[in-house]
Design a protein. Sequence first.
Length: 265
Amino acid sequence: MRRSLTVLTMCLGLIVPALPVMADGPPEGPVHLALGDSQGFGVGVPRADKLGYVPVLNRWLTAVDCRDGDQSACPNLELLNMSIPGATTESLIAEQLPGALQLIGQRNSDADSGNDVIVITVTIGGNDIFNAFAANCLGGVTPGCAQAIANAFGTAQTNLVQLLGSLRAAAGTDTRIVISTYDNPFAACVLAPFAPFADLVLEGGPGFPIGFNDMIRLVAAATGAEVADTFGQLSVDDWVGGDDCLHPDISGYHAIAEVFLEVLD
């Protein structure tokens, strides 16, 4: 029982209060805004503010901007990471979205087009599904387990429509909004026996005609967002593993950043 509680605590995303991570000083140039959960925050690596996928991607995006032409003309792409470990679609709307919309309203509607929020990256929804799994499925994949996950699907879909729709309405059509799907970390951790079931939940199959990642793709298409499709892009060695059944390690976050960069470049 003690081991089960330890596993559950690790897997639930290290739910702790978190402050937004941003570059030194207030942003003065264009802004990369990140919203999300513990993967967006960077839990699982020694320096989340340096080694998580969001800061890695931000550094790469700045390098892409500077790759051609005069270095002095390179935009200073500031980073504001509002991601909170343990966030769900519901808590993101309550705790992160108001500040995000305020920032977008200030930057994208003023007279200075050079300080707009130009990139928004989102990773959210994994805890909606995992929380339902942890509460209903650890004893086995039963009809009650499947129904709880289906209910979580419905709630997450409603919230994602609201989230991405609100971001698009506030930011306008010029801002790139990219949301990630989720890869399956279970094969690397103590929940490995559930890995085939997690694949079904994420990508669909018997009992799940539409997977959770499919739902993310559909909502993104309906709201003008793009998708960083990370499913299948991480190997067993790209996860913390052991008692941690959710978080990538350094190489895993680099792999996620690469998927986002392919979309944005």
